[in-house]
Design a protein around this ligand. Structure first.
Ligand SMILES: [Zn+2]
Length: 332
């Protein structure tokens, strides 16, 4: 009898110990409710792909970590970018795709036409006054120049300047469109997006005011740039850009073109030649030396340098630095 009851007690104690252990395990990891919540959150988190670094940075300021945000072109620039097989697979899974708009990014036009992008598509040129591209085309469009209103026709030919983000005034329209569309996609975080949007909008306005103030009584009104990315920025503050190369960063000027530019610099009393981080400043340097000008960085925020990335520089920081160079070029 005694033996039997001892065994019974032992079984009981063992049972209690096992239960305690199990309970302990649960409390140190997660309750069932917590597990369920976590799963819901993962399911609810949307994935947004953007076509360009400035769109990534501006969208990130609005969505924070509440959305999985990916710049599909990484740090390769959007001119002539081609998606890999993995990029294509990723884009099909997107909840939203944000890009410059029809006619401004050819690869995106192709993918959209073939219906290869999942989710909703946000064109950031919506609501903006687009400028004609100032670069020369491979094919002649002289006969089209009287038909400025014929937008659909012009879009097919890539007639418009794609660098819409380089205007702080455009950026206001761009971030409102991003905020509205993201809120539609993920209404649960509407207040969070709205607050971030307002904060960003104020920062853009403050910087725009600084540009206006710095450039309102400028001594000169022309800038010499290595790629004609600043059409919208120039329009905002009554500046003219003169390109050392065409709008495509791959181009290089001929000796005759360089001679013409040197003559132009002397005529216009140009003090600063701009270069950008992704292009070798060889030509810009040569011209600067020839005319006694200084060389300054003016960034189109397309391909960031390692230094810029290491310093975690974003749209606002780089646009602030761009103003320093413009101030030097136009006011000194
Ligand atoms: Zn460009």
């Amino acid at each position: 009898m005694k033996k039997k009851s001892t065994i019974l007690i032992l079984i009981l104690v063992l049972g209690i110990l096992l239960t305690a252990c199990k309970k302990n395990e649960n409390t140190t990891t997660m309750t069932n409710e917590q597990v369920k919540e976590e799963v819901n959150e993962t399911q609810a988190k949307k994935t947004i792909y953007v076509s360009n670094y400035p769109y990534y940075d501006l969208t990130k300021a609005i969505v924070g970590d509440r959305v999985d945000l990916v710049n599909i072109t990484k740090n390769q620039g959007f001119h002539n970018w081609e998606p890999s097989a993995k990029d294509l697979a990723d884009l099909q899974e997107a909840d939203m795709f944000i890009y410059s708009g029809p006619g401004l990014e050819k690869w995106a036009d192709d993918l959209i036409e073939k219906d290869l992008i999942g989710g909703s598509i946000l064109s950031l040129s919506d609501g903006l006054d687009l400028l004609k591209s100032t670069h020369s085309h491979d094919h002649n469009h002289e006969e089209d120049h009287d038909h400025e209103e014929d937008h659909d026709h012009d879009y097919d030919h890539g007639e418009f300047d794609p660098h819409i983000w380089l205007s702080l005034k455009n950026a206001q329209v761009i971030i409102k469109n991003i905020k509205d569309q993201v809120t539609e996609l993920d209404p649960a975080n509407a207040d969070f997006y709205e607050a971030n949007y307002k904060d960003l909008s104020q920062k853009l306005k403050d910087l725009d005011d600084k540009y206006e103030e710095t450039l309102k009584d400028k001594k000169r009104d022309e800038i010499l740039v290595s790629h004609e990315a600043y059409g919208y920025l120039c329009r905002d503050y009554n500046i003219k850009q003169v390109g050392i190369e065409g709008i495509n960063p791959q181009g290089e000027p001929s000796l005759q073109q360089i001679d013409n530019i040197i003559k132009l610099c002397k005529d216009k009393d140009i003090k600063v030649i701009f270069y950008e981080e992704s292009i070798s400043p060889k030509v810009a340097d040569l011209i600067a030396n020839e005319v006694g000008a200084s060389l300054e960085l003016l960034s189109p925020i397309e391909v960031l340098s390692k230094d810029q990335m290491d310093a975690g520089k974003g749209y606002l920081e780089i646009m602030t630095e761009n103003l320093k160079g413009l101030d030097k070029a136009l006011n000194e």
